[in-house]
Design a protein. Structure first.
Length: 170
């Protein structure tokens, strides 16, 4: 069965992602040393706003803003992170999610039409995932990631202020 990350075939990254694909999801701890701060997240948000790159802006409670970096719409630090992951994992798209309050709005329980590699950038975020093989919940710290196969239901749980990058191979 072909995967969305076939370009990695023959590498350890492919084998790791394939294991997650077979199970529906897989957590990767400490794939990067992250030192992003609230200032970095805010700078990225205001840069995206200035560039008119926000897809959604919730002015009522300042949460759940996202956009697609990689087209010159990121700050130097965010673009560097995007470029590293895109090159290493051969991803083609990225969305950034940022919340400024605890228990902020999210997508609720949902599944995606594409495989995703979700990287926690600033503060913590939790996910409940449910595949046909396993149901589990994980808390991601900065530098942790979770691969979720398309069609696998998952629920993001916002624990507080955060910045998360969701990469895909679409």
């Amino acid at each position: 069965m072909a995967t969305q990350f076939e370009a990695l075939k023959g590498t350890q990254l492919y084998d790791d992602l394939k294991e997650g694909h077979d199970w529906g999801f897989k957590v990767f701890r400490n794939i990067l040393d992250m030192d992003f701060t609230a200032l970095d997240a805010a700078e990225q948000y205001f840069h995206a706003k200035k560039q008119k790159a926000l897809v959604k802006e919730d002015a009522a409670n300042y949460n759940n803003r996202w956009y697609q970096p990689g087209y010159g719409d990121g700050t130097k630090r965010t673009e560097s992170l995007y470029n590293y992951i895109a090159k290493r994992y051969k991803t083609t798209q990225c969305d950034i999610y940022a919340n400024w309050i605890a228990d902020g709005n999210n997508f609720g329980r949902h599944n995606d039409v594409m495989d995703v590699l979700i990287l926690q950038v600033w503060n913590k975020m939790a996910y409940c995932v449910e595949s046909e093989n396993e149901h589990a919940s994980y808390t991601l710290s900065p530098g942790d990631a979770i691969y979720i196969r398309h069609g696998t239901y998952h629920t993001p749980i916002i624990l507080g202020e955060r910045m998360t990058m969701s990469f895909s191979w679409r």
